[in-house]
Design a protein around this ligand. Structure first.
Ligand SMILES: [Zn+2]
Length: 291
């Protein structure tokens, strides 16, 4: 699920534009910007254009974005550990990490099911698009079913869904989106009092600064029950390797690996069910990313 896609595009460049004193604002899904004009009457148009054109600092037309509703902070089950024992597990995972690119499959999903990371929120505030949190999911149905969904064009916002990666029951890694893209993995959501509102009609979401990865659910979990038999050792291996890669590339702390269940503000999501954090702890520790 996703949280809106109305982009905010500010076009204000060029000498001719300055000459006629025109500041042009294009904004789909932006409401109430007219009131901002009064607040900037003391600032010359040229100054405004320079600020906007430089791409730095605060957008002079921005207004405060609403904060997410009260939501508990994430308490990570992962513990800091620097005790890395060399052994078969470490060797196996290190080798998998070294061959991550060549050992994973790439699937190009339909463009309706993902987007770009927005530079500005719906209120004109510049937002950090660097991935800062990883959300764990499960597919509920088999991996092929999930992939079919992502390949299918979904014109309606509410049907659009995607993750950056999938991990199959045999440990196979399927990469669906480059981390620079915005996966539609969580709808109305927040993490540690943060969200980005890109469409005020549907509230905020963490998608703009999140990476999403989903584990294939075992067949006894193809239902709405609270638990299932859990994930395979091969899945925990593959998951740890992808997480270690993302943690290193984007400097994401282990405390920012969370679950869809936690970030969901609607209280409807329970995934990933039956997730064993001790299995992940063991592997991330072996990869040396919990130190
Ligand atoms: Zn989910």
């Amino acid at each position: 699920m996703r949280s809106g896609r109305q982009p905010l595009l500010l076009a204000a460049t060029g000498a001719s534009l300055i000459a006629v004193g025109a500041l042009v604002w294009f904004g789909r899904g932006v409401v109430g910007l007219g009131g901002q004009a009064d607040a900037r009457t003391n600032q010359s148009l040229l100054e405004l254009l320079e600020e906007v054109g430089s791409g730095k600092g605060r957008n002079p037309l921005a207004r405060p974005a609403p904060p997410p509703p009260a939501h508990p902070s994430w308490r990570s089950p992962l513990q800091r550990s620097c005790a890395v024992a060399d052994g078969p597990l470490r060797q196996r995972l290190a080798q998998r990490l070294a061959n991550l690119e060549s050992s994973s499959t790439r699937v190009r999903i339909h463009p309706t099911n993902y987007g770009v990371r927005y530079q500005l929120d719906a209120y004109g505030n510049r937002v950090d698009t660097t991935p800062q949190v990883v959300v764990l999911h499960e597919t509920v149905y088999g991996m092929q079913s999930a992939i079919s969904t992502f390949l299918t064009p979904h014109p309606r916002d509410e049907d659009q869904v995607s993750y950056h990666a999938l991990v199959g029951l045999r440990g196979e890694i399927v990469r669906l989106l480059d981390p620079s893209k915005r996966a539609f993995g969580a709808g109305n959501s927040a993490f540690n009092n943060r969200w980005v509102v890109t469409n005020p009609k549907v509230g905020g979401s963490i998608n703009n600064f999140a990476l999403h990865i989903s584990l294939e659910t075992p067949t006894d979990g193809e239902n709405a029950g609270p638990v299932h038999s859990g994930y395979t050792p091969e899945q925990y291996d593959a998951l740890a390797v992808v997480l270690a890669d993302w943690m290193r590339r984007f400097n994401i702390p282990a405390q920012h690996i969370t679950t869809h269940r936690h970030v969901d503000l609607g209280g409807e999501r329970a995934d990933p069910r039956s997730f064993d954090w001790a299995e992940l702890q063991l592997r991330l520790e072996s990869l040396g990313v919990l130190c």
